[in-house]
Design a protein around this ligand. Structure first.
Ligand code: ADP
Length: 399
């Protein structure tokens, strides 16, 4: 059975076609530059590729091209549309309305669109893509929406509330939502399987470290707290996002830099983080390349990241009253031995000890990097959000 997984942005539509019998990706690609001009890059499991300039005035033409490519191109992988049993869509913000994977209806799409106020960059684009996908696919093909925020809907109020007047939470829905939920859920399930334990018996800190990063405390298989907040800006320092900052510093800078709120938001999201502190790059690899050249600001950036991750691990251990495992995932978590090494050094008080030599060799493979006598197990676990979206979609349509 084939499931198409879609991750749509305002100008792009990333997709994977997954065969659920063996969970293999049989084709994947990206319809890019929607609303500008248009380009598709497509790759099949047996190595055929297609790169073509197209015309994508809207998401509808991108979906039409995607289907045509799967069916009729030199890199086709299916003979009939009917081979695609369902479509699963990644959605960034589900707020308090969606706490689980949900079947797509017109009403669901409208609600996702309404939530664009809370996620301006993403949700409206998701709604456009959902409407386009419904036009291109036969109505008999079920579609599901999987939310980045859903996993964190189990957080208790004491974790998700901000210290603002309660009526402003009620009226404007300002609270911590958390993101990367699909990734944290995927890697925590993979961890339990690798450890041969029931996730319900584990206290876990999951560190998803990429261009955007978030750290989640998982107890009894449920998210009980997470570092991202109302938006994905909060938490630890990221590629171009500042992470947690005193709100007064924001209003002060707004005045000093003579910025309006939109300009300030752009500054905090796009000009800060690794890029802003180091003035080298938003990319972790380039930060370490600069460190090897002796760049002090790059060193400071790397030190800040490792320090902030360590603080989250410590605070989440405190609130869970224990810790069984730490997970590293995302582009940095899976690949950067230096970041993992820095985080996992001098934390023996918490019971964390890693094999530093082994850690240096691990890139993107499921590996336990803690020593046999470490009280806490430390694992590198490659994330796979698309696969979990496909699994969720399959589970929902099988009901
Ligand atoms: P996104 O959040 O956009 O999905 P990724 O999860 O792909 O991002 O993570 C991107 C980050 O991972 C970048 O900072 C990049 O430098 C880092 N990264 C990727 N590969 C490596 C590597 N081999 N060594 C160190 N860092 C890496």
């Amino acid at each position: 059975m084939l499931i198409l997984v879609v991750n749509a942005g305002s100008s792009s539509l990333k997709y994977q076609l997954i065969d659920m019998d063996d969970e293999k990706v049989i084709a994947k690609g990206n319809c890019d530059r929607i609303g500008i001009d248009g380009h598709i890059s497509h790759k099949t499991h047996d190595g055929r590729t297609l790169n073509e300039d197209c015309s994508f005035p809207t998401h509808t033409e991108a979906f039409e091209k995607l289907v045509d490519t799967l069916l009729n191109s030199d890199a086709s992988v299916i003979k009939s549309m009917s081979e695609i049993s369902a479509v699963g869509h990644r959605i960034v913000q589900g707020a308090e309305i969606f706490s689980e994977t949900t079947l797509v209806t017109d009403e669901v799409i409208d609600k996702i669109d309404e939530l664009a106020e809370l996620a301006p960059v993403h949700n409206h684009a998701h709604a456009l893509a959902l409407r386009a996908c419904k036009k291109v696919f036969d109505p008999s093909v079920p579609q599901a929406v999987v939310f980045d925020t859903a996993f964190h809907q189990t957080m208790p109020p004491k974790a998700y509330m901000y210290g603002i007047p309660y009526e402003d939470y009620e009226k404007y829905h300002v609270r911590k939502y958390g993101f990367h939920g699909t990734s944290h859920r995927f890697v925590s399930m993979a961890l339990a399987e690798a450890m041969g334990k029931d996730l319900k018996d584990l206290k876990v800190v999951s560190c998803h470290l990429g261009n955007g990063s978030s750290i989640t405390a998982i107890e009894n298989g449920k998210s009980i707290d997470t570092s991202m907040g109302f938006t994905p800006l909060d938490g630890i320092i990221m590629g171009t996002r500042c992470g947690a900052i005193d709100a007064s510093a924001v209003t002060y800078l707004e005045k000093k830099l003579n910025m309006n709120p939109d300009e300030m938001s752009n500054y905090l999201n796009k000009q800060c983080g690794f890029l802003g502190v180091s003035h080298v790059s938003s990319d972790n690899r380039e930060i370490y390349a600069a460190i090897h050249e002796g760049d002090e600001k790059a060193q400071l950036t790397a030190d800040m990241l490792r320090y902030e991750i360590k603080k989250f691990i410590g605070s989440y251990t405190a609130v869970m009253n224990g810790l069984d495992a730490v997970i590293f995932t995302g582009g940095i978590g899976e690949n950067s031995w230096e970041v993992r090494d820095g985080v996992c050094t001098n934390v023996d008080y918490l019971g964390i000890k890693i094999d530093h030599e082994l850690n240096k060799t691990v890139r993107g493979t499921l590996t336990k990097i803690s020593t046999p006598d470490s009280k806490v197990e430390v694992w590198v676990i490659p994330t796979n959000e698309e696969l979990l979206i496909a699994r969720d979609t399959l589970a929902l349509i099988s009901k």
